[in-house]
Design a protein around this ligand. Structure first.
Ligand code: ZN
Length: 292
């Protein structure tokens, strides 16, 4: 490591990942008890509101992102997928309809990841390499899902969030990019960013963390990943840039805080991160480092 520059100064040579899980505000797992998926077809889409703001921001900083898209969203908004691919963004898969992995049989899971990939490849005209499970639901004991992802032709997974949380996360998992050696071959793992604090992994990778935690923690994580020579992976959702989205009734105060708290902070915080750090698609990093 060189002696120039302060230890808190971001390394502009390092490329991080600002990934996006493309789903509607009402498809979030925490809201599922209040808005069952049978009702989804009646609900008005708000996807464009958040996507337009996000794409303007990415354009402003000349940045390309990886978009993990739900199959059911791609089916409804085919033009959006074509436009994203045309603009040089990476199209990846977030499964079909945000069903948690543990609620699907292996056969159901296989057909969902297969159908989503086929649709996204047809719409984008590009190869789809990446998969991210809804709500980081590949937990300990559900590794069979990784085997299926690899068998179905995906090159990398971004589902193993190495944090200890009820219902999601992969406690004890790797914090940086790694190669998983599976029965059928290798699968690259690209976990969302964490920060080591007092011997535990703090989830700073995104979603609520980007809005609720002090931004200094996220910046510290990016700086530390950069110092170790790797990029950090952040994630967010279009609805986090849509402060005027309809409020779902009957939710608990905790859910309201998590989902609606700090929505107006997303844009200025992203702007700050984009101005201080450099981001590129996950596929580009994996190509450069010889993983794909
Ligand atoms: Zn999601």
């Amino acid at each position: 490591m060189g002696v120039s520059g302060s230890t808190t100064e971001p390394d502009r040579e390092i490329r991080h990942h600002l990934s996006v899980d493309v789903e509607e505000y009402y498809q979030v797992s925490a809201l599922e008890p209040h808005l069952p998926r049978e009702r989804w077809p009646e609900i008005e889409s708000r996807l464009q509101e958040g996507m337009a703001r996000l794409l303007d921001l990415l354009d402003e900083f000349d940045t390309r992102s990886t978009f993990f898209v739900l199959g059911c969203v791609a089916e409804k908004h085919p033009g959006l997928i074509r436009d994203l691919a045309q603009a040089g963004h990476e199209i990846a898969s977030h499964g079909w309809d945000h069903q948690r992995v543990g609620r699907l049989s292996p056969e159901e899971f296989r057909s969902q990841v297969r159908d989503t990939r086929a649709l996204l490849e047809a719409l984008s005209g590009t190869r789809v390499d990446g998969y991210r499970a809804p709500s980081f639901s590949i937990t300990r004991g559900a590794e069979w899902a990784l085997e299926i992802i690899q068998e179905e032709g995906y090159g990398y997974d971004s589902s193993l969030y190495p944090v200890r949380r009820p219902g999601y996360g992969y406690a004890g998992g790797e914090r940086g990019i790694t190669t998983l050696e599976l029965e059928g071959g290798n699968l690259v793992e690209v976990p969302p960013a964490t920060l080591r604090v007092a011997g535990a992994n703090l989830p700073v990778g995104g979603g609520g963390s980007l809005r609720h935690l002090p931004l200094g923690l996220v910046r510290a994580a990016l700086t530390r990943y950069g110092r170790n020579g790797g990029g950090a992976t952040l994630y967010l959702h279009p609805w986090e840039l849509d402060p005027d989205q309809p409020r779902v009734e009957g939710t608990s105060w905790l859910t309201r805080l998590r989902h609606y708290g700090g929505l107006r902070k997303t844009e200025p915080r992203l702007r700050r991160l984009l101005s201080e750090f450099r981001f590129q698609t996950i596929r580009q990093t994996l190509g450069e480092k010889g993983y794909l």
